[in-house]
Design a protein around this ligand. Structure first.
Ligand code: TZP
Ligand code: MG
Length: 209
């Protein structure tokens, strides 16, 4: 797989149950310059998740942007996604790597220094530092916010690209990037924006400063 630009990851918003609204936002953020998309569905049953994955892959391909799938390695394989994003309680990374080809992306959620250290020895392509700030988007299984101080400590420890997630918006994105992140991952800053395409553009601008 070619070099991945992790700078702006749009993580899809599973609160959007209406498919038309869901894909409208996805296409808007692709137009606005999102650099990678993570399909994250915590509510849908497998068939509905799969259908969202098929259409998400079609749209991402259209814009030449990689798609990764949260949690579901089977769905990632089924739609030939670029990879997966998994958590500490999902399949072990070594098994995920066995199931995926060597050229697929594996992202791993990391919430503390010990996990960051362990991830250095694993076949992961990036770590998703979570959560960096407070967020209302994810409530289940969420550790306390790491803050910029936590990010700096983990930057010292980690040899992997870091994508920070949780409460990131255009007001704090620059600080997140200048303190060791290789990218940001956002839900609400794009999905809840009045104009997701412009919101994406504005985030890109902040990231390129
Ligand atoms: N993982 C950690 S925080 C989070 C996820 C999926 C939600 C981030 O959402 P938002 O709206 O960008 O704070
Ligand atoms: Mg998971």
């Amino acid at each position: 797989m070619s070099i991945i630009d992790y700078s702006l990851m749009y993580v899809t918003d599973d609160r959007i149950t209406d498919d038309n609204a869901f894909f409208e936002i996805l296409e808007a953020t692709l137009k606005g310059g999102t650099t990678i998309v993570q399909l994250r569905e915590k509510q849908l049953h497998t068939r509905a998740f799969y259908h969202r994955a098929v259409e998400s892959k079609r749209l991402c391909d259209l814009y030449g942007i990689p798609l990764i799938v949260n949690d579901r390695i089977d769905i990632a394989l089924a739609v030939d996604a670029h990879g997966v994003h998994i958590g500490q309680k999902d399949l072990p990374v070594a098994m995920a790597r066995e199931l995926l080809q060597a050229n697929k992306i594996i992202g791993l959620s990391v919430s503390n220094v010990q996990q960051a250290h362990e991830a250095n020895a694993l076949a992961v392509d990036y770590i998703g530092l979570s959560p960096i700030f407070g967020t209302f988007t994810k409530t289940a299984d969420l550790d306390p916010p790491l803050g910029i101080e936590g990010l700096k400590v983990i930057r010292e420890v980690s040899s992997k690209p870091i994508v920070s997630i949780g409460g990131v918006d255009k007001g704090n994105a620059a600080e997140v990037m200048t303190n060791g992140s290789d990218g940001i991952a956002v839900v609400s800053a794009i999905s809840k924006a009045d104009n997701p395409e412009n919101a994406t553009r504005e985030l890109r601008k902040v990231l390129s400063i």
